[in-house]
Design a protein around this ligand. Structure first.
Ligand code: ZN
Length: 190
C-alpha cells in the first residue's frame, strides 16, 4: 500500500477532513485529523497496522511502546502481527511513565509507534522514557505525518502516509479572508 492508498483509508473513514478548522491551539488549518474516527474502526485500522508490522519485521524488536491513547491501540495491533509484546506509556508528573507493572530491560530492543505526528511531543516523551531504562530503540513508526517535515528523530523512523497541512494565526488565515465558514474542532469541544 503506497502513500496515496494509505491516505485514502484515512479519508474513507472520515478521519482526515479538509476544509477550514479552528484547532485547539487557536490556529486555523485546512486539514483536520480526527484520530479516533479511524481508530474506532478496527477493520480499517488493522490494515494500516499490518503494513507497519511488515516494515518492522526484520527489526529484532521484542516490545512495542505506544503513548496513550491512540498509541495503545496501534502498539497492540502491530505487536499482534509481529508476535511480540506491547506496552504503553502514560502521562506522569513529568513526561511519560510506565504503570501497571510495565518495564524494560537494559538493551531490550524496542519499537515506538503512534498514530499522527504533529509536534512529536508524545514520541519525544516516550523516547526519553525508553532511554531511562537504557533499552534500545530500533525504530519509530507513525501512521500519518502532518508535521510538514518539521519533526525529526535521531532513530530510524517512517510514516506510512504524509499529508501537507497548513495552519495560520486567525488574522493571517487565507480561508477567513475568503469568507469560508469555520468548523470548531478539537477535544475541548462540548
Ligand atoms: Zn481561518
Amino acid at each position: 500500500m503506497n502513500n496515496e492508498e494509505t491516505l485514502q483509508l484515512f479519508k474513507d473513514s472520515n478521519a482526515l477532513l479538509t476544509g477550514h478548522f479552528k484547532l485547539t491551539s487557536g490556529r486555523h488549518s485546512d486539514v483536520y485529523y480526527e484520530k479516533f474516527t479511524l481508530l474506532k474502526q478496527p477493520a480499517i485500522c488493522t490494515r494500516i497496522c499490518l503494513q507497519m508490522a511488515d516494515r518492522f519485521k526484520d527489526s529484532g524488536a521484542v516490545t512495542i511502546v505506544g503513548p496513550t491513547t491512540g498509541g495503545i491501540i496501534i502498539a497492540y495491533d502491530v505487536a499482534r502481527y509481529m508476535g511480540i509484546e506491547s506496552i504503553y506509556a502514560e502521562a506522569g508528573d513529568e513526561g511519560r511513565v510506565f504503570k501497571r507493572g510495565f518495564s524494560l530491560e537494559k538493551g531490550q530492543k524496542v519499537i515506538i509507534v503512534d498514530d499522527v505526528l504533529t509536534t512529536g511531543r508524545s514520541i519525544f516523551e516516550v523516547i526519553d522514557l525508553v532511554n531511562r531504562y537504557e533499552a534500545e530503540i530500533v525504530g519509530i513508526g507513525l501512521m500519518l505525518d502532518r508535521s510538514n517535515g518539521l519533526v525529526k528523530f535521531d532513530y530510524p523512523y517512517f510514516a506510512l502516509a504524509t499529508v501537507a497541512a497548513d495552519s495560520w494565526e486567525p488574522d493571517e488565515c487565507p480561508l477567513c479572508a475568503k469568507g469560508m465558514e469555520i468548523t470548531q474542532r478539537g477535544s475541548r469541544k462540548f
